[in-house]
Design a protein. Structure first.
Length: 218
């Protein structure tokens, strides 16, 4: 990691920590209990991803070893999922205080955008493989199971599009399948973009590369 990369990672971490702190303070003010506020916040995928971003990029800011391409790609993809799903399905449906709007700006806008910019500008190209997409998908899949289990236990679902009590299992499963399909498509798209942007010497071997390197004999 260069000094520039570590400084960029610190900026990403600071944005995520700031958004989390503002949201925690807002939730604490509404509930009056730190433990209750934490339990409420840990219901949301946004919070869990932002916490992952904050911890991962704090670690990156402190490290000197080369960047791990696959984990950062997965974090970038999940951060993008947070921003896209929020803008497509949730934004505009909430009544928020000014403090909550500030938290949303950082958690759903600034922090995800900075993660993606970091991946674009600071991570060497050519390190991603199609097999990386499966582990990346583990986060939203595990979260889906976790959210449904919590909802079944207390009747509170974090997002309307997975609210089994209101829309039923069929609609919940359909919504989850659509989001999963979009996530997988975006994951393979990220791998493709990483390969296309890499210099030829860094690209993973593929059909076209092999054909160009070893033309068929006649």
């Amino acid at each position: 990691m260069t000094g520039r990369q570590r400084a960029a990672a610190a900026v990403v971490a600071a944005a995520a920590w700031f958004g989390l702190a503002v949201q925690f303070d807002a939730t604490l003010g509404a509930n009056g209990s730190a433990s209750a506020a934490l339990w409420i916040l840990l219901r949301y995928f946004t919070i869990l991803v932002a916490l992952g971003v904050a911890l991962a990029f704090t670690a990156l800011a402190l490290r000197r070893r080369p960047l791990p391409a696959a984990p950062i790609g997965g974090i970038a993809l999940n951060a993008a999922l947070v921003a896209i799903v929020y803008r497509a399905l949730i934004a505009g449906t909430l009544v928020q205080t000014a403090q909550e709007k500030l938290a949303d700006l950082f958690l759903h806008g600034i922090a995800p955008a900075l993660v993606i910019l970091f991946w674009l500008l600071c991570v060497p190209r050519g390190g991603l493989r199609p097999r990386d997409v499966g582990p990346w998908a583990a986060a939203p899949l595990l979260y889906f199971a976790y959210a449904l289990a919590r909802g079944a236990a207390d009747g509170i679902y974090p997002y309307g599009f997975i609210d089994v009590g209101r829309i039923g299992w069929a609609a919940t499963a359909a919504n989850a399948a659509l989001i999963a399909a979009g996530f997988l498509a975006a994951g393979f798209g990220l791998v493709w973009a990483d390969r296309r942007l890499a210099p030829p010497s860094k690209r993973a071997p593929g059909t076209r590369d092999r054909m160009e390197a070893d033309p068929p004999a006649y």
